[in-house]
Design a protein around this ligand. Sequence first.
Ligand code: ATR
Length: 283
Amino acid sequence: MKKACVIGWPIAHSRSPLIHGYWIERHGLNAAYEKVAVRPEELENFLLDLPNSPYRGCNITVPHKEKAFEIIERVNPAGLSPLARKLKAINTVWIEDGRLYADNTDVYGFMANFRSCVPDWSPNTARVLVIGAGGAARAVVAGFLDAGVRSVSVANRTVEKAERLVEELGAQEALPLSDLDAALSRFTVLVNTTVLGMKGQPPLDLSLQNLPEDAIVADIVYVPLITPLLAAARARGLRTVEGLGMLLHQAVPGFERWFGIRPAVTEELHARIAADIEKEDGA
Ligand code: ATR
């Protein structure tokens, strides 16, 4: 039986087993995808032992993405994809010839979902504002730059962190998160990568009034499925991109590596995971 897993700490709420389980069932594979709780101090041994384990690879989630990058950089630097090297964080690991290889598929996941939600979007004239400067922001900024967007601005509560991100990835401009309302008229895409708007967190305090009417608003938060930011954008008649799609699309390259079939992000998969999230959101 072919096996893969997702590791994190805590891991109980990961939806990756539901996603991969759906594809395993759909393709009738003799395969399994499991959750494994790995404490930070166990991460190194887990990864080093992976080639001798029953697993063909794993997904890596919070809080291990950066530390896992450092471990693979040490033991097999040639096994890191260019994007993983740029972001210094990984979420997908596989084994070739007994050695560890890794990629960061969050970038692919975000952009694939974005393009599928707004198929006529063109990077040439886009002016993108990314809110937040953590790991998720890095993936989103890298995705837009890689797609050919020439203007990517980053707004963050701690502006110095945005400045570092802009410099390191080659984005255009860092802004403070406060007093952003008036500046929104300059942007055609706005993406929230912070936890603001997530269940149990305060919403992002931003008026979308000044965004151009053809602007697109995206959120990477997916609990709730429609965040207050997305609801406000819809109320203004703007196009929106939900966070759940990124989670579904980022899983595709890993499944293909481990199980040899490139799976599809279908409406049925979306509905299954959305139903699970609604259960939690209402809980
Ligand atoms: P991730 O890797 O998921 O992106 P992270 O690295 O912890 O998570 O980054 C969290 C982001 O959310 C940061 O941009 C953080 O802003 P700071 O750099 O100023 O800390 C932002 N964030 C978290 N809570 C916030 C809040 N209450 N108000 C504004 N920004 C917040």
